[in-house]
Ligand binder design. Structure first.
Ligand code: HEM
Length: 287
């Protein structure tokens, strides 16, 4: 991932630049109907990181990332979300082949022919980039909608389990975008915007669970569920971002997608299985 993105060993393989923030989580009354997870059914502090990713073919667009830890002590959960509801590879082999196709040529330029022939043979690997092209990034982290991408099994207090997808949606005025849009805002401006918004007032996001229907493709992170935007959803709670933290608090925290308190299980797809090992390895190497 680092070679394809052209980033140094010492930074994250993706979403390399970001800002660490803190806040709180307040559950809704609906949360217990969906999950018994104490991370989502009880109030807690939140440690979070907003980030940008310009690797791969996103050089002219941009992925926004939002990772956060909520819950307390042994009932913590850590979620990773991005401003696209799909990922660029369905399997680990496909991801590796995609990254290899994106390695720069010896002259430092992208091998356009190789990239194009890989994309033509594996059109689903364009779904994420196509989504971003059709839905350009918001002007601010605060007005961005983020998705957890995978299908997570959620178990409620009655022991009933169903799949959900996480959607993190901005609340109120902050969700409204200015009429004139700058196509891609540099990372520094996004960070400054975030800091000035937090200094002025708190930033709120609804934590939504999109609810499954029979036959949903829960094993494939390159596709959305049918009518995903229109389907039933439950609001699990609200994240309120209240302050900026020193970046090392997030760098040292070691967020891991497999940190999920009882009540939200690990997604069953192959890509999530790969992530369970990858994040710890990446953190160890960048220290
Ligand atoms: C499927 C959807 C995915 C989403 C939404 C996602 C999201 C993110 C986000 C937001 C970050 C930045 C974390 C932070 O702020 O500290 C990140 C980092 C990272 N991701 Fe992913 N990711 C996904 C899939 C994957 C996959 C499949 C792999 C590899 C198998 C991967 C490998 C990594 C690595 C190595 C890092 C850097 C970790 C570190 O050094 O702290 N990601 N990802």
């Amino acid at each position: 991932m680092k070679k394809a993105a052209g980033v140094s060993r010492k930074v994250r393989a993706s979403f390399a630049t970001g800002r660490c923030v803190r806040g709180t989580y307040v559950p809704s009354d609906q949360a217990t109907e969906i999950t018994r997870s104490e991370s989502f059914t009880r109030p807690s502090r939140v440690l979070a990181r907003f980030s940008v990713d310009r690797s791969l073919e996103n050089k002219n667009s941009m992925l926004h990332g939002f990772s956060f830890r909520l819950g307390s002590a042994d009932q913590r959960s850590e979620l990773f979300t991005q401003n696209a509801p799909v990922y660029f590879a369905r399997t680990v082999d496909q991801m590796f082949a995609y990254l290899q196709a994106h390695f720069a040529r010896p002259d430092g330029k992208p091998d356009v022919e190789k990239i194009n022939s890989f994309s033509a043979a594996h059109p689903e690997t364009l779904n994420q980039a196509n989504y971003i092209a059709a839905h350009p990034p918001a002007e601010s982290f605060a007005s961005t909608t983020y998705w957890g991408v995978h299908a997570f099994p959620a178990t409620n207090a009655k022991g009933e389990t169903r799949f959900i997808k996480f959607k993190i949606a901005p609340v109120g005025q902050q969700a409204i975008e200015p009429k004139v849009k700058i196509r891609v805002k540099p990372a520094e401006l996004l960070h400054e915007d975030l800091e000035s918004r937090i200094a002025a007032r708190e930033i709120r996001f609804s934590v939504m669970a999109l609810l499954d229907r029979p036959g949903d493709p829960v094993m494939d992170v390159t596709v959305r569920w049918p009518d995903e935007d229109g389907r039933e959803a439950a609001r699990l709670g609200t994240i309120v971002i209240t302050g900026v933290e020193a970046n090392h608090a997030c760098d040292d925290a070691g967020f891991n997608p497999a940190t999920l308190a009882d009540g939200i299980g690990c997604p069953p797809d192959e890509m999530f299985a790969a992530r369970r090992a990858t994040y710890a390895l990446s953190q160890k190497r960048r220290c």
